[in-house]
Each structure stands twice: as C-alpha cells, then as structure tokens.
Design a protein. Structure first.
Length: 101
C-alpha cells in the first residue's frame, strides 16, 4: 500500500504521521543554498530516528538507515524531475510517499 504525505509550503516543518498504528514526526527541510529538500523521522518526543536524508527522485530514501525504530516502510519521492527543487511538491511535479511492505 502506498500513502502520500503532503509536503507543506514551508522551508522547515514537522508533521505528525501514523504508520502501522505508531506515531512519528516527520521533518521536511528545504536548503536554499543547494535548492534541495531533506527529511528526517523522529519519535513523538523529537528524538531523531534518522535526520537530513536528501530527497532525490525515485530512490528508496531510507534504504541504508539501520535504526531499529525505523518503520518497515520505504520512503520515496516520485517524480520525473532530475532534482527536487523548492516548488516541486507545491506544483505537483513530485510526490513524497511511503510504501508498506
């Protein structure tokens, strides 16, 4: 099952998400120097599970994260773009989602 997460039109924000009945915080951050996005996943108390993962298109973003707290899903940015810039989520040319195994 694939679930899309709407990335807000903000340069840095935390969102509450629930995956398989477990609550997490996901942080989206935009870096204007390099025109790229990153994300991180946190426990509800803002303890990091994984931070500053650069968002690139069509690649399992948490593939190499070995944290035991990481949910058993794959985070992916679906897009035909070569690079995910500031407005990619806003204009619909990119979608951030997770896929359950």
């Amino acid at each position: 099952m694939k679930t899309t997460i709407s990335v807000p039109d903000m340069n840095d924000c935390f969102l509450r998400i629930v995956i398989r009945g477990v609550e997490y915080l996901i942080r989206f951050a935009y870096n204007d120097t390099y025109d790229c996005w990153s994300f991180g996943l946190y426990l509800p108390n803002k303890e990091p599970i994984s931070q500053n993962i650069k968002i690139v298109p069509n690649f399992p973003l948490n593939l190499y994260v070995g944290a035991t707290e990481m949910p058993k899903v794959m985070f992916v940015c679906e897009s035909n773009l070569e690079r995910i810039g500031r407005n990619a989520f806003l204009d619909g040319s990119a979608r951030f989602c997770y896929i359950e195994e």
